[in-house]
Design a protein around this ligand. Structure first.
Ligand SMILES: Nc1ncnc2c1ncn2[C@@H]1O[C@H](COP(=O)(O)OP(=O)(O)OP(=O)(O)O)[C@@H](O)[C@H]1O
Ligand SMILES: [Mg+2]
Length: 430
């Protein structure tokens, strides 16, 4: 695949690290490798054990390297999940002309870039106490009154720039950044998982007219609402698939790993008499030896009960968003709900979500963010149509989108540096 750019994209979750290698040529994305490994050493983006984190991260790199040996030449993009992200709205004002001076200043692309840099600096860093992971420019106000979406080639005495950001507490973000820099040998580009999940799965029309993404993660579920192509709200439901797994552990007296395997293999989100509820499920109890049998119906009851609770909580958030956001209040949320994360892979989860949320629900994947037959995504559907990988694809989509924006330029890095880091890594490996 000549003339293409290759990206290695990794989403750092609390349960799994997911990675993909993607070749981008024109507007086509080709998956050149992908892997998932168990997460270690990190909780909600907060590094708890550097050594364990590095080991798991390197394990993932190793897997990807096996599938795509020229990994070191690629551009590395990262995202991580946390229940501590905040979506903040800011209004930053700049005087372009001194008080005692006459006239107005012409606003150029360069001036605008400089001002965005300045905003980024104000909002991100030890003094701000936060680190910016995503920044969206909403609109501009010239001379205190004129609202525009693009001020280039206009003149003004002063300009207000409305931006929204997704941020994390500075110490958490900084410690993760430093650890990642140490592993890969260059300044990493780091986004927030929920924004990447949205950018990797939502269609342009959904993002523009209004949609809510629900990421069914491990420790918690993230709700992010979009309108006019930007996030407008970000909330958390403090329950995740871990709670479903815990229930299975408790009720059937098995291990965490076995419970998770049971959920993957036999989990049904709905308790539906039209399914074969008498089918037998075999599993091992906590001792790893005693083999037990239960019916699919009994298992479905346990899984269903907790998922119902999660979606009832999501529904409260959804209703609240419908009330609080004026455009939603008037027109409803046309895009309804899109589900991502490992939880979105539980069989018939969209049926349950539709039932409880009483709106249109679909599972989100990169493949489904394009019209049917667009042929822009090449690769096994195991990964391209997988809601768990939403953020890994989204990192690339997001990176390409913010090409001219602040985040790319403010986080200088060269792919050759990633190569250097990788060489170091390889040396340690063999
Ligand atoms: N095919 C599947 N069927 C059922 N459950 C699944 C499937 N795949 C993954 N899961 C479960 O979904 C849960 C969440 O997985 P996911 O990879 O989204 O977590 P994560 O990204 O590490 O977590 P977080 O985003 O909360 O930090 C896991 O407990 C996993 O076992
Ligand atoms: Mg996740």
């Amino acid at each position: 695949m000549a003339g293409h750019e290759v990206y290695t994209s990794i989403d750092i979750g609390s349960r799994n690290f997911k990675g993909v290698v993607i070749g981008v040529k024109g507007d086509t994305f080709e998956v050149l490798g992908y892997a998932e490994v168990g997460a270690r050493g990190i909780e909600s983006g907060d590094i708890k054990d550097v050594a364990a984190f590095k080991e798991a991260f390197n394990h993932l790199l190793e897997e990807l390297l096996r599938q795509y040996p020229r990994l070191g030449k690629s551009e590395l993009l990262l995202s991580f999940s946390s229940d501590k992200f905040t979506l903040d709205f800011h209004n930053e004002k700049f005087n372009l002309v001194e008080e005692d001076e006459e006239g107005e200043v012409m606003i150029t692309e360069e001036l605008l870039e400089d001002l965005k840099y300045e905003i980024f600096d104000r909002l991100s860093g030890p003094e701000a106490g936060k680190k910016v992971l995503n920044m969206f420019t909403r609109r501009f106000i010239l001379n205190g009154s004129r609202v525009v979406v693009n001020p280039v080639d206009m003149t003004a005495r002063d300009i207000e720039i409305e931006v929204s950001t997704v941020r994390i507490d500075y110490p958490i973000g900084e410690s993760l950044r430093a650890t990642l820099e140490d592993i890969v040998g260059s300044e990493p580009v780091v986004f927030s998982s929920p924004v990447s999940a949205a950018e990797g799965t939502l269609t342009v029309t959904e993002k523009d007219s209004g949609v809510v993404l629900v990421d069914l993660g491990y420790n918690f579920s993230t709700v992010i609402a979009y309108l006019n192509n930007m996030p407008v709200d970000l909330r958390y439901v403090p329950l995740g698939i871990r709670n479903v797994v815990k229930d299975i552990v408790y009720v059937f007296r098995t291990s965490f790993d076995e419970a998770e395997t049971m959920l993957r293999n036999y989990g049904f989100a709905v308790y539906d008499p039209t399914e074969d509820l008498d089918a037998e499920i075999e599993y091992r109890e906590i001792d790893g030896r005693t083999v037990k049998k239960i019916s699919a119906g009994k298992f479905a009851l346990v899984v269903n009960a907790r998922l119902m609770e999660i979606f009832n909580k999501v529904r409260r958030v959804y209703k609240d968003l419908e009330r609080k956001i004026p455009e939603y209040r008037e027109n409803g949320i046309p895009g309804g709900v899109v589900l991502t994360g490992g939880g979105a892979r539980i069989k018939r989860i969209t049926d349950l979500a539709t039932q409880v949320l009483r709106t249109n629900v679909r599972a989100g994947s990169f493949l489904r963010s394009f019209p049917v037959g667009s042929e822009r995504v090449i690769g096994e559907e195991d990964v391209t149509d997988n809601p768990s990988y939403a953020a890994t694809f989204g990192n690339v989509a997001n990176f390409l989108k913010v090409e001219v924006e602040i985040q790319k330029s403010s986080q200088p890095r060269k792919s050759s540096e990633f190569l250097k880091g990788l060489k170091k890594f390889l040396k340690n490996l063999f």
